[in-house]
Ligand binder design. Structure first.
Ligand code: MN
Length: 309
């Protein structure tokens, strides 16, 4: 479920990275939008908070019942300068990309695609599931790898750990001394927490900034209630925090060293300058080979020119 970012999401100019603050709980609402036929909560980017570490995009879809005729497939579209992280809580998706990858993903598994200089992919809906519940995230790539080759990995099994009244599945990076095998190009982490309540102490790294995204249920952090549909930014400088729940809940905890480079994000591209983003769009439009080709029955997605052209 890669969500092509509508052009009105465009950051018109590359700005400085967000200023980092100490431990806070800053709750900001997701923007409600639509990807294909599905309503999504766009949790990242936000105006005050464009990135959390290198995490620069987060769409939360569902849980929604799948009605006959409703498909949440996304046709071929390009990416550059980012990694897509696909995480399902319910449903199934078939990932197809220009590297030739063809991979079914199910809940608890990770699809991680690195775009580098350019890749394209489609996500088809096998239409067997009754409920869709998914998260699509992007990780901005650093200068060292963003012009590099594309890659794709699937992790059918991820490491888990037990905390007090909670279980964690480590998607990327390290959490509580447990490391994911997934590729990462910067210092960051992402973990899914299943919280059984009443309270769980989770370890954090003081040099990371963190954010909590509740996917199901309600979680209280430092006295602030957090529910699906918001970004709860926790700031930097914490070595842990306590997550309180009255009923079972699920959440994503994301973190990373604040991204040092200003990024320019427009449509499906993460770049640094308008010129390189314009060039990428034109090359996709011309189908000149930079982004390869995807074998998919879905229609190729096109976009108009960016607002600065
Ligand atoms: Mn995508």
């Amino acid at each position: 479920m890669s969500g092509p970012v509508a052009s009105d999401d465009a950051a018109p100019e590359a700005g400085p990275p967000d200023h980092v603050v100490g431990p806070v709980v800053e709750v900001s609402p997701a923007r409600r939008t639509q990807v294909g036929s599905l309503p999504v909560r766009r949790v990242l980017p936000q105006r005050p908070r464009r990135t959390v570490g290198p995490w620069c995009f987060l769409d939360h879809v569902g849980p929604v019942p799948v009605e006959p005729g409703l498909s949440f497939g996304i046709g071929p579209h390009p990416h550059m300068g980012l990694q897509t992280v696909t995480w399902l809580l319910a449903g199934e998706l078939l990932h197809l990309d220009s590297l030739g990858s063809e991979q079914l993903i199910r809940p608890g598994q990770l699809n991680l695609m690195t775009a580098g200089h350019g890749v394209s992919h489609a996500e088809e809906d096998p239409a067997r599931a009754e409920v869709v519940h998914a998260v699509q995230l992007w990780v901005a790539q650093p200068a060292e790898t963003r012009e590099g080759p594309a890659a794709f990995e699937h992790h059918a099994e991820l490491p888990r750990l037990e905390l007090d009244h909670a279980e964690g599945t480590v998607l990327v990076g390290e959490f509580g001394g447990v490391a994911s095998p997934a590729r990462r190009d910067t210092a960051h982490m992402g973990v899914e927490l299943t919280l059984r309540g009443p309270g769980s102490v989770v370890p954090l790294r003081p040099d990371y900034e963190h954010a909590l995204v509740v996917l199901d249920g309600r979680v209280t952090v430092d006295g602030v209630a957090v529910e699906p549909g918001v970004l709860a930014y926790l700031g930097q400088g914490r070595d842990g925090c306590t997550l309180v729940t009255e009923a079972p809940a699920r959440a994503l905890l994301l973190g990373g060293v604040p991204f040092p480079e200003p990024i320019l994000m427009w449509w499906n591209f993460v770049g640094r300058t308008r010129q390189e983003v314009s060039e990428a769009r034109r090359q996709w439009s011309d189908d000149d080979g930079r982004f390869g080709r995807v074998r998919s029955s879905l229609r190729r997605i096109e976009v108009g020119r960016p607002p600065w052209e």
